[in-house]
Design a protein around this ligand. Sequence first.
Ligand SMILES: NC(=O)c1ccc[n+]([C@@H]2O[C@H](COP(=O)([O-])OP(=O)(O)OC[C@H]3O[C@@H](n4cnc5c(N)ncnc54)[C@H](O)[C@@H]3O)[C@@H](O)[C@H]2O)c1
Length: 268
Amino acid sequence: MIKVGVCGCGTIGSYLINIILKKYSNRIFLVGVSETNPESLIRLRRSLKKKMIVFSLEDLVRKSDLIIEAAHASVVPELIEYVIKYKKQVMLMSVGGLLSKKGLLKKIQDNKLRMHIPSGAIAGLDALKAARMGKIKSVKLTTRKPVAGLIGAPYLIKNKINLKSIKKDKIIFQGTALQAVSKFPKNINVAAILSLAGIGATKTRVCIVASPQTKRNTHTIEIEGDFGTILTCTENVPSKLNPKTSMMAMLSALATLDGIMINVKIGT
Ligand SMILES: NC(=O)c1ccc[n+]([C@@H]2O[C@H](COP(=O)([O-])OP(=O)(O)OC[C@H]3O[C@@H](n4cnc5c(N)ncnc54)[C@H](O)[C@@H]3O)[C@@H](O)[C@H]2O)c1
């Protein structure tokens, strides 16, 4: 049995908890959760028809073997501290949080942290990792999202960009992945995932397009290198609970958890 704790019980966290209880109860002991919003806990309890034990973040890490983070980028640096301190494994969804604090990635490497990062709502990371063994000239991500999937982003608020009245596609941001994750912390984790697998957050280019017509979160990735060209595109159905989150991101979290389970022997 592996002891799992879940930080953040919103769209992704509650989806995984439901599946853990239904499908993995012979292999996973669900320790409990860490959650800041009482409404999320009420929703979770209703969907499970049972109460989860709520811990502080540090206690959750201390009591678990594996912590699944599905909360917010801001929790990542503190979570990583605890995970290193107590020598635990972590699966991260708020991947942009890894870029939010200087030195965090190096600390993770120095401490040989066992960190699992689902591929999120994009395709082609396997080929990008292979391409990295040679020379990569450029990596560009173009993300096209419905307006509802972008509303509330700090960049839009700071620059007083009102998307509600747009009639056609509008480019709202162009820059590096590092800039993108700080300006859109809830919307563009895929930029961080792509940078970590490829040429890094200051070299990976990101373009974000707000679209009044589309109903899908579309990620187009163009990679150029000595090997040739890679072009991938995923057109993702957004979650009904949270339009910022794609169904594929939830499935990628489940696939990663499933992969971790394959490596855990029953009864250990
Ligand atoms: N890696 C990817 O491809 C990918 C895709 C979609 C979403 N995400 C990220 O995953 C995270 C979860 O996404 P979601 O759709 O479930 O979001 P959500 O808003 O539906 O749920 C997040 C939950 O975390 C809770 N939370 C926030 N801060 C917390 C903290 N410090 N401690 C404990 N709980 C906290 C919130 O109250 C909420 O209940 C977000 O950061 C999101 O940006 C990543």
